[in-house]
Design a protein around this ligand. Structure first.
Ligand SMILES: Cc1cc2nc3c(=O)[nH]c(=O)nc-3n(C[C@H](O)[C@H](O)[C@H](O)COP(=O)(O)OP(=O)(O)OC[C@H]3O[C@@H](n4cnc5c(N)ncnc54)[C@H](O)[C@@H]3O)c2cc1C
Length: 333
C-alpha cells in the first residue's frame, strides 16, 4: 500500500530553473519556509547560455555571484549583428570598471549552482517530483498533490517554464502576440572559418540564425523561423498569461510570459520575476501588504516587462531586411 505524506509550507515552488531558484532563495532570505518540486532528477543540458551583464547584480543579491564567477564561464562584451546593414559589433557598454560583460553559462552548471544555494539557504527540494492535482481553499490555490504527497502551501509559484503546469491546470487562457515560430537549436565543435569570436545574430529569410562561442571549443546555435501554417506543430508564440497572479498563486519566468530568444534576456527576466514574487509574498505573509496589492503589484510588473519586451522585439523585426518577416512579426512592410 502506498502511503501519502502530508506536508505544509509557506511557499511551494514548482520547477527549479532560474525563476524557481531565485524565488526560493529570496523567500528564504525573508524567513519563509520553502518547498520545491523539480521534474528532472538532476540539472540537464538546456539551451540559452548567453546571459546579459545585468544578471551579475542579481546573482550577487542571490548570494551566488562568487560561485558563478568561480565556474569560469566564458565572458563576452557584446553581440555581432548582421541585420539591417553590414555586420557590426554592438557592445553592451562600459562603466568605471571597464566593459560590461555577459556570461556564456553552461545551463546545467548554472542550475546546479542555484539549486545548491537554495538548499543551503534552507529550501527543501523534492526531485524528481511533479504535481498531479491542485489543492484549493475556496477560490484560492492551496497546494498540490503528487503521486505520494499532499502538500499544503500558503502560496504556490509556477516556475515550470514554458510548460506552465499550474496555468494549464487552472485553465488560464494565454494571450498571444506573435504568429507561430519554429525554434531549432544545438551545439557543435568550434573551428569553422566563419565562427564568430563573440555571439552573433544574422537575419535570414523568415527569421534569424544565432551562434555563440562557449569558450570550450564549442559553439551553441539557434535558428528561428516564422512558420507557415502547415508547420504549426512544433511551434510556439510570444505568450502572456494576463492572470499571472491570483489567489494563492503566481506564475514566474517563462511560465508567465514567453518570448523568442532574440529578446536576449529570458534568464534575467526569470531571476527578476522570482525575486519580485518572493518579495511580494513575504510582504503579504508578514502582514505588510494586502493580498490584492501583492498580486496586483506583481501582475503589473509582469505586464509592463512583457509589453516593453514586445515593443523592443517589434522594433527589431521592423528593421529586418526580409519584408515577409517584417509583415509576420510586426505587421510592418
Ligand atoms: C533555444 C533557446 C535559446 C535561448 N537562449 C537564451 C539566451 O541565450 N539567454 C537567455 O537569457 N535566455 C535564453 N532563452 C530563454 C531562457 O532559456 C528562458 O527564458 C529561461 O530559462 C526561463 O527560466 P524559467 O526558470 O522560467 O524556466 P526554465 O528554465 O524552463 O525552468 C523550468 C524548470 O521547471 C522544471 N519543470 C517543468 N515542468 C515541471 C513540472 N510539471 N513539475 C516540476 N518541475 C517542472 C524543468 O525541469 C525546469 O527545471 C532561450 C530559450 C530557448 C528555447
Amino acid at each position: 500500500m502506498t502511503t501519502v505524506d502530508d506536508m505544509s509550507t509557506d511557499v511551494l515552488i514548482l520547477g527549479a530553473g532560474p525563476a524557481g531558484c531565485a524565488a526560493a532563495i529570496s523567500a528564504r532570505q525573508r524567513g519563509l519556509r520553502v518547498l520545491m518540486l523539480e521534474a528532472r532528477p538532476r540539472p540537464g543540458t538546456v539551451p540559452g547560455e548567453t546571459l546579459h551583464p545585468g544578471v551579475e547584480p542579481l546573482l550577487a543579491r542571490l548570494g551566488v555571484r562568487d560561485a558563478v564567477l568561480a565556474a569560469g564561464f566564458h565572458r563576452h562584451q557584446g553581440i555581432w549583428t548582421a541585420w539591417d546593414g553590414p555586420r557590426r559589433f554592438i557592445a553592451y557598454g562600459a562603466g568605471d570598471d571597464g566593459p560590461w560583460r555577459g556570461f556564456q553559462a553552461d545551463r546545467a552548471r548554472l542550475h546546479a549552482i542555484l539549486i545548491d544555494a537554495a538548499q543551503a539557504a534552507g529550501a527543501t527540494l523534492l526531485r524528481p517530483a511533479v504535481p498531479t492535482d491542485i489543492l484549493r481553499r475556496g477560490q484560492a490555490v492551496a497546494g498540490v498533490r503528487t503521486a505520494d504527497k499532499t502538500i499544503n502551501a500558503t502560496d504556490v509559484l509556477d516556475a515550470t517554464g514554458r510548460h506552465a503546469w499550474l496555468a494549464r491546470a487552472l485553465n488560464l487562457a494565454p494571450s498571444y502576440f506573435s504568429p507561430p515560430l519554429r525554434l531549432r537549436f544545438g551545439w557543435r565543435d568550434a573551428g569553422r572559418d566563419d565562427d564568430p569570436d563573440e555571439p552573433a545574430i544574422d537575419a535570414r529569410p523568415a527569421g534569424w540564425d544565432w551562434r555563440a562561442p562557449l569558450g570550450s571549443g564549442r559553439v551553441a546555435w539557434v535558428s528561428l523561423r516564422a512558420n507557415t501554417p502547415s508547420q504549426a506543430a512544433a511551434s510556439f508564440r510570444w505568450r502572456l498569461y494576463e492572470d499571472c497572479a491570483g489567489p494563492g498563486y503566481m506564475l514566474l519566468g517563462d511560465a508567465a510570459a514567453l518570448l523568442d530568444p532574440a529578446s536576449s534576456h529570458g534568464v534575467l527576466r526569470a531571476l527578476m520575476s522570482g525575486m519580485l514574487a518572493a518579495h511580494m509574498i513575504a510582504a503579504r505573509q508578514h502582514g505588510l501588504l494586502a493580498a490584492d496589492a501583492a498580486a496586483d503589484n506583481y501582475r503589473r510588473w509582469v505586464h509592463e516587462q512583457f509589453s516593453n519586451d514586445v515593443a523592443a522585439l517589434r522594433a527589431l523585426y521592423a528593421r529586418h531586411p526580409d519584408p515577409a518577416t517584417r509583415l509576420a512579426l510586426c505587421g510592418a512592410t
